[in-house]
Unconditional design. Structure first.
Length: 382
């Protein structure tokens, strides 16, 4: 908006009436006292009140003690539209809580400085000015103003992905600072798709959800309310990817890519209900049930490797009978994590450094070494 510095007055702006006019818009324009000079814009640099407000409150290019701007050549890249409706700003109920004042009908905004005065500019206007009046140098009228705080750091934080059947906890945060006291926080402000999640628990600032069977990307939303901004104005949104749960259990414990197992029957139970199992090496006897969700096997000696897959997952599991490698007799086994196979077995020689023995002769790679009932990971890169 452009600036007019006329004597204080109130004008009624009426369009010219014609015989065909069906509607007549009446707009009140008020003339306000001028502001005081803060800084003249550099030659060739132009930015409006909204860009100045964003530079001040969403960045660090305006001194909030004086209103003095810096790096003004960057202001033109900021949005030039009103801050009303911008999710980085929220309408508050008092000037005390505000960092900016926006005028709806006048199409103008100003920032509140640290001392409670205001700084502003206009499009195609040479100066930045300040005043004790928020409407100085503008055509805004009393009652047109709305108070706004800047909230760029308020966000829903937490993980960005979760497996089916697993829990995820999200929290409303403010970059390590406390949330503003004007926010009307409540656990009912959380919104999510029940196709993707069921609620485990919630508070006014956190929620724990359990991922259901639907996979893909979905949004969890927190509705910010102040008592003045309405119920559908400000939202903080977190996108979360629900992934197929390709995990399972082995003998009711963790199931890894490489597993040491006892003699007798061992039982694998997968989370998803449909799997195809293929034994790719070894002498294990095995069987499946429940559409591949359950797989039972036994190994008399050595190791066996299986490929398990469905429409969402493609996994490789190796199972080795543990008695030979867990008894404290210095017998070791090396498993290649990249290629999912046992690449070396042997017994340590006395007086020879352990790492050299187990990795000697192997190419660069990522390995797990089992020795005397313990496991260590090694990355060979020389």
């Amino acid at each position: 908006m452009s600036s007019l510095k006329l004597p204080k007055s109130v004008l009624l702006l009426l369009p010219i009436l014609t015989t065909s006019a069906a509607n007549v818009e009446v707009r009140i324009s008020c003339q306000n006292p001028p502001g005081a000079h803060v800084k003249t814009k550099p030659t060739g640099v132009n930015y409006n009140c909204y860009q100045y407000t964003r530079a001040a409150l969403l960045g660090t290019n305006v001194d909030l003690a004086t209103g003095y701007p810096s790096n003004e050549s960057t202001f033109g890249s900021l949005p030039s539209s009103t801050i009303i409706g911008d999710q980085n700003f929220i309408r508050v109920c008092s000037l005390t809580d505000a960092k900016a004042v926006a005028f709806l009908q006048a199409g103008h905004s100003v920032i509140k400085l640290n001392n409670g005065t205001f700084a502003f500019t206009f499009a195609n206007y040479p100066d930045v000015e300040s005043s004790v009046y928020p409407d100085a140098s503008s055509q805004a009228c009393d009652g047109d103003e709305q108070y706004y705080d800047a909230i760029p750091n308020i966000a829903v934080t937490g993980g960005s992905q979760v497996n089916q059947g697993q829990n995820i906890t999200l929290t409303l945060t403010n970059n390590g600072q406390g949330l503003p006291s004007y926010l009307q926080l409540h656990e009912d402000r959380w919104f999510f798709s029940q196709s993707f999640f069921s609620k485990v628990s919630s508070t006014s600032t956190s929620i724990t959800l359990k991922a259901e069977s639907t996979t893909g990307s979905t949004d969890i939303t927190y509705n910010l309310r102040t008592g003045c901004n309405g119920n559908t104005t400000n939202f903080k949104i977190k996108s979360v990817q629900v992934l197929p749960n390709c995990t399972g259990t082995l003998n009711q414990g963790p199931l890894y890519t490489f597993n040491m197992v006892p003699g007798g029957t061992n039982n694998v139970v997968m989370f998803l209900s449909s799997w195809t199992w293929v034994k790719t090496s070894g002498n294990a006897s095995w069987s499946t049930s429940n559409g591949g969700k359950n797989m039972s096997f036994s190994i008399s000696s050595g190791c066996s490797t299986f490929n398990a897959y469905n429409a969402s997952c493609n996994l490789t599991f190796t199972f080795c009978k543990g008695s030979s490698f867990m008894g404290g007799d210095s017998t070791f086994l090396v498993f290649d994590l990249v290629n999912s196979k046992v690449v070396k077995e042997g017994q340590l020689e006395e007086g020879v450094e352990e790492t050299k023995q187990v990795l000697d002769g192997l190419p660069n790679g990522h390995y797990v070494v089992y020795l005397n009932g313990t496991s260590k990971q090694y990355v060979k890169s020389y």
